[in-house]
Write a protein that binds this ligand. Structure first.
Ligand code: MRU
Length: 345
């Protein structure tokens, strides 16, 4: 992504968000200065992707503190507004974690909250570069000595983070080392994060890319057309079960059947050690209209509804490697986040 495009930026009195709902056709920004507008932007996926939501949540606390002062709210009103931000979307643990990180600074005022949120943003970019290097090292050490064919699902790039990206950070790093032949970007139904966002980022970075229908992904893998799949994550349980965009499970099953690695790239903040396994991960269900219409036109018979879970949970046994900013965990070989956390001093 070009350096002048920033997903999330604090303006001093509000949050400037790159409007991801209109990409790739238009590069537009919205500035939000109140909690209602921020919650709406999060729900509509103006800003999205677990790490970007974490940073947005932290800045959202600063917005709530400013709005409370401006509009004369008491502490209970301010705290209720912060809770609305925290709960705007349920699956990515980063949103709640970003809000929680900012909470201790509320008493010091909005500028102190914003400074902490900015620290989280800066850490995210640094962490993503580390994820990229660890992930590329791990993949390339185990691969044939040639440029690789990489499959990815949804968008885990600069747009989904504060910069560089997690899964796309790994792919960018591999590309910088001359080791990417092609990226198969799943289009990612129903909101097309792969077709609209991942393909846009890869194109900007000069990384060769083909968009394919989600339904093509397992077949691409089974036909031997991909060497590795690299995806992001929204929440990872203590045992390594991983929630990511709906459709990730099909990719994981195909990788397992074909004997190629499924690499999950995510910051450690996406690990939720409070959940023993993926059974406890809340799965967001989005409006039926995202499925029943196409370009504003109804495509499903009038009396038929839709089931629209936005995420699925890949069992740990299918996750070959989890790459974080602190290193690589070979999850399917039995190295779990719970175990790694216990080893930490
Ligand atoms: O609904 P979205 O677009 O927020 O879903 C995003 C994903 O599923 C990403 O893969 C995940 O958040 C990782 S982003 C680095």
């Amino acid at each position: 992504m070009t350096n002048d495009v920033r997903t999330v930026e604090w303006t001093g009195d509000g949050l400037r968000l790159l409007d991801q709902t209109v990409l790739p056709g238009r590069v537009e920004y919205v500035v939000v200065r109140d909690v209602g507008a921020l919650v709406d932007a999060i729900r509509r996926l103006v800003v999205r992707g677990a790490p970007a939501l974490g940073v947005t949540g932290a800045f959202g606390v600063a917005i709530a503190v400013r709005q409370a002062a401006r509009e004369g709210w008491d502490d209970a009103g301010r705290d209720a507004a912060i809770t609305r931000v925290r709960e705007a979307r349920p699956t990515a643990v980063n949103l709640a974690a970003g809000v929680d990180r900012a909470l201790p600074f509320v008493a010091k005022g909005a500028d102190a909250v914003a400074a902490e949120a900015q620290a989280l943003l800066d850490e995210d970019v640094r962490g993503n570069h580390a994820i990229g290097a660890f992930g590329a090292d791990w993949i390339l050490r185990r691969s044939a000595d040639r440029p690789l064919r990489v499959l990815t699902h949804c968008n885990a790039g600069a747009l989904a983070t504060a910069g560089w990206g997690t899964a796309l950070g790994v792919i960018r790093e591999m590309h910088d080392r001359g080791r990417v032949e092609i990226v198969y970007a799943d289009e990612t139904r129903p909101l097309l994060q792969g077709a609209r966002l991942t393909a846009w980022e890869l194109d900007q970075a000069g990384i060769p890319c083909l968009v394919q229908a989600d339904g093509a992904a397992p077949s691409t893998i089974l036909r031997g057309l991909a060497d590795v799949a690299v995806i992001g994550a929204d929440r990872i349980a203590a045992n390594g079960d991983t929630a990511n965009k709906i459709g990730s499970v099909g990719v994981a099953l195909a990788c397992h059947a074909a004997g190629i690695p499924l690499v999950v790239a995510a910051p450690w903040s996406t690990v939720d050690l409070a959940l023993a396994d993926g059974g406890g991960i809340p799965i967001e269900e989005r409006p039926a209209g995202e499925i029943t219409t196409w370009g504003g036109i109804r495509t499903v018979p009038d009396r038929v509804g839709a089931f629209n879970p936005a995420f699925d949970v890949t069992p740990a046994r299918l996750v070959t490697a989890l790459v974080t900013e602190t290193g690589v965990l070979e999850v399917s070989a039995g190295v779990t986040p719970r175990q790694r956390a216990a080893e930490k001093p």
